[in-house]
Write a new protein. Structure first.
Length: 82
């Protein structure tokens, strides 16, 4: 599951209205499912600080895999990020 941002920044960075409870519920459903899974964040350094990454990591339950992907601007769909 992709976790784009800390909850307080999620709507702004995702560009859509969000329901924080649904995001948290999804995280916990996936983590408790018994199915192999991974949580990940694409780190766009111009948008996310080290503290933001720490906040995202705190959303991931212990025992779940969490990876930070390096942002590659050449593959960005949004022209402003290229």
């Amino acid at each position: 599951m992709d976790i784009k941002a800390p909850l307080e920044l999620y709507a702004r960075l995702a560009g859509v209205k969000i329901d924080e409870e649904k995001i948290l519920r999804s995280i916990h459903l996936i983590a408790g499912s018994g199915v192999p899974h991974e949580f990940r964040t694409t780190n766009v350094e111009s948008l996310l600080s080290t503290r933001d990454i720490e906040k995202i990591r705190s959303l991931v339950p212990d025992g779940s895999s969490y990876r930070i992907q390096k942002f590659r601007k050449e593959t960005a769909m949004e022209g402003l990020l290229r």
